[in-house]
Design a protein around this ligand. Structure first.
Ligand SMILES: [Zn+2]
Length: 234
C-alpha cells in the first residue's frame, strides 16, 4: 500500500522544521559572536584539558623514576662512605657520579613538567571563568531571543508532534528509508516529477518508468533514489 499522502506531509513537516530551525539559530550579531566564542573556548578547554591529563600521567611516571634514582643514589653514597681501599673508593665515586647524573636527567624534565602543569592549571581556570561568563551572557540573551520567537517555538512543537504521528503510520523499514533520504539528499526525500524529469536530481525519466509511476503513484528515482510522485495537475 502506498503511503504517499503520509510521506508528502512528512516531507512538508521536515521542510517546515528546517525553516524554523534556521530562524531559531539566526542569532543577532552579539549573540552570534558569543556563540562562536563559546565554541572556541570549548575547543581550547578540551585541548588543554587533554594536555593537562597527559602531563599529569607523565608526572606520575617521572616521579616514580625519580624515587628509584634517588634510592640508587643513596645506595651509591652509602657505598662511598663505607669504602676503605683507594680502588674501592674511586669506583664508588664514579658510581655516585653516574647515579647523580641519572637522577638529574629525570629531575630536570620533571621540574619543567611541573612548571607546565602549573601554567596549564592557571590557564584552564582563567579560560573556564571566561567561558562561564560568556555562557551566562549568552543564556540571558538567548532567553530573550526565544521569548521573541515564541511563535516559532510553538510551531516547532506542534510540527514535532505531527511528525511523530505521521512516523507512526509508516512501517519501520519505510521510515528508515525516508530518513536516510532526508539525511543523504539535502533534506529532500519526496520530490515531484515535472515534464518527465525528477525535480530532485534533474534526470529525465524513461518512458516505461513514467508509465509505471503513473500507475503505481510512487516509485524511487532510478538515479537519486528519491521518492517520486506525479502531482495531480501534471
Ligand atoms: Zn532523481
Amino acid at each position: 500500500m502506498s503511503h504517499l499522502p503520509v510521506l508528502l506531509e512528512l516531507q512538508a513537516i521536515h521542510d517546515n522544521l528546517s525553516t524554523i530551525q534556521r530562524d531559531l539559530t539566526a542569532f543577532p550579531p552579539e549573540m552570534a559572536k558569543l556563540d562562536a566564542d563559546l565554541k572556541v573556548h570549548s575547543r581550547k578547554l578540551e585541548i588543554m584539558g587533554k594536555e593537562l591529563t597527559d602531563a599529569k600521567t607523565s608526572q606520575t611516571s617521572l616521579s616514580r623514576e625519580l624515587g628509584l634514582a634517588q634510592r640508587l643514589e643513596d645506595l651509591a653514597r652509602q657505598a662511598l662512605k663505607q669504602s676503605t681501599q683507594k680502588i674501592q673508593y674511586t669506583a664508588a665515586i664514579r658510581e655516585l657520579d653516574e647515579r647523580e647524573r641519572q637522577k638529574a636527567a629525570i629531575s630536570k624534565p620533571l621540574k619543567d613538567l611541573e612548571g607546565r602543569i602549573q601554567v596549564l592549571e592557571k590557564e584552564l581556570s582563567e579560560l573556564t571563568e571566561l567561558k562561564d561568563k560568556a555562557q551566562t551572557e549568552f543564556d540571558e540573551l538567548h532567553r530573550i531571543f526565544l521569548s521573541e520567537h515564541e511563535n516559532q517555538i510553538q510551531a516547532r512543537d506542534s510540527s514535532l508532534n505531527r511528525k511523530h504521528e505521521l512516523e507512526a503510520k509508516l512501517e519501520p523499514i519505510e521510515l528508515g528509508r525516508f530518513n536516510r533520504l532526508i539525511q543523504g539528499r539535502h533534506g529532500r526525500a519526496v520530490v515531484a516529477v515535472e515534464n518527465g524529469t525528477c525535480t530532485g536530481c534533474r534526470t529525465k525519466l524513461r518512458g516505461p518508468f513514467l508509465a509505471q509511476l503513473r500507475e503505481k503513484k510512487t516509485l524511487n528515482c532510478e538515479s537519486c533514489q528519491r521518492i517520486l510522485y506525479v502531482p495531480t495537475t501534471s
